[in-house]
Design a protein around this ligand. Structure first.
Ligand code: SAH
Length: 384
């Protein structure tokens, strides 16, 4: 199959952006092969590379190579390089991390997380689904995992015309499954936890919270299973409160507090209303909400959400207190996020110093030509 792009639409692809939107497609000749592969050409006939094509998706093509083919051998090599590049991350203190980060590892549509001796995989696109057997065989051979669990239950899959696919593919799940991150233990529920079970992207930021927590009154908003809260307690916080709307999050957080000997006071509540209630006096506040904007059309609404929680958050901080504030909406770019947070500080009549600018850790590499991959951003502010 041959796809020719409209004039001018070749630039991003030539620079290494892995997506071709439907509006960029000029003409299509022939049918995709059994793996959905197509050759991608500029309007003047120059080869841009090979990608996989999906008529059902607004992202019509995801690029796999700059050459005229993409083979099972190429896929295996990418998997093997990505695995090799994580070696330095895994230590006696950290036994789990992201192993394959989709576009960031030049494997669009594939996410693999390592949980101790096992792995959890998520296939997000029809084009990657076509390589399922190769992926599973290769990962089995390269990692010899004690289990392979699948959590392909994303919204993106529906847009691709795929049904959910979940469950154990190989081996058996440890019960309980306990992982180590920077010397802290976490129980993970792969079956009904969020995403693939645990948010590895915040590993470095959790370690930073731990460093700053000594002697502080800490509140972890949108706590999930307590990634930040447990680290705050481990770092010597005076007290740690955690808030999440999910009862399961509360249950898992209590278990995680228990296995780490941490004392955490969990409240099941909507953070928006929790922060509006009287009280506060926090010396360190974490705001790590879920994605507020799924696409560009939701950015304004998301901006209001970020503004709300940050404004209320600033009001709850003591003078000299620290705010760790995050956004994982890729549609909200880092500059806009700063503007929102800084204007919330101004509205709350607080002065602040910027101490750290945070992103996901190095097991979540970003292809610099693919700004959509840079979804997680965080700011650490000292507030007066
Ligand atoms: N900080 C966590 C990850 C947070 S994920 C960690 O380090 O692991 C986002 C969390 O926000 C989820 O647990 C979800 O249940 C919770 N959540 C979503 N909307 C919420 C709301 N309005 N109020 C409180 N919690 C909410």
């Amino acid at each position: 199959m041959k796809v020719v792009l409209k004039k001018g639409k070749e630039k991003l692809v030539a620079m290494g952006h892995p997506w071709v939107f439907s509006g960029a497609v000029g003409s299509v000749e022939g049918k995709p092969d059994e793996r959905g592969l197509c050759g991608v050409y500029s309007h003047n006939g120059g080869l841009l590379g090979t990608g996989y094509y999906n008529e059902k998706s607004a992202i019509r093509i995801r690029m796999l190579s700059k050459g005229s083919s993409f083979t099972a051998g190429d896929l295996r090599q990418r998997l093997s390089l990505a695995i090799e590049r994580r070696c330095g991350l895994l230590t006696s203190d950290t036994d789990s991390c992201r192993v394959i980060n989709s576009e960031g590892d030049f494997l669009p549509g594939l996410t693999v997380d390592r949980y101790g001796s096992g792995i959890c995989l998520q296939i997000g696109t029809a084009g990657m689904e076509a390589w399922r057997a190769v992926i599973i065989d290769s990962l089995s051979e390269m990692l010899s995992p004690s289990f392979i669990y699948e959590r392909s239950d994303t919204e993106a899959r529906k847009r691709e015309g795929l049904a959910d696919s979940e469950g154990l593919i190989k081996g058996s799940l440890p019960d309980p499954l306990i992982i180590r991150e920077n010397g802290v233990s976490f129980l993970v529920n792969l079956v009904c936890g969020q995403k693939t079970g645990f948010f590895f992207d915040q590993r470095d930021s959790r370690a930073l919270v731990r460093r700053y927590s000594a002697g502080r009154i800490v509140c972890d908003c949108f706590s999930y299973s307590g990634g930040f809260a447990v680290n705050a307690a481990k770092g010597g916080a005076l007290s740690v409160a955690a808030v999440d709307a999910s009862a399961n999050a509360g249950k898992w957080l209590s278990q995680n507090a228990g296995i780490n000997g941490a004392d955490i006071n969990f409240t099941e509540a909507d953070v928006f209303s929790f922060l509006r209630q009287p009280g506060g006096g926090f010396d360190l506040l974490i705001l790590d909400p879920p994605k507020f904007a799924r696409h560009a059309g939701e950015v304004d609404r998301a901006a209001r959400g970020y503004k709300d929680i940050n404004l209320a958050g600033f009001r709850k901080l003591t003078s000299g207190g620290l705010l760790f504030t995050f956004s994982c909406s890729n549609a909200v770019d880092p500059y806009l996020f700063r503007q929102i947070v800084f204007s919330a500080a101004a509205d709350a009549r607080r002065q602040a110093q910027l101490l750290h600018v945070l992103t996901a850790g190095p097991d979540h590499p970003v292809n610099i030509a693919h700004k959509e991959g840079e979804y997680l951003k965080g700011l650490v502010l000292r507030v007066f």
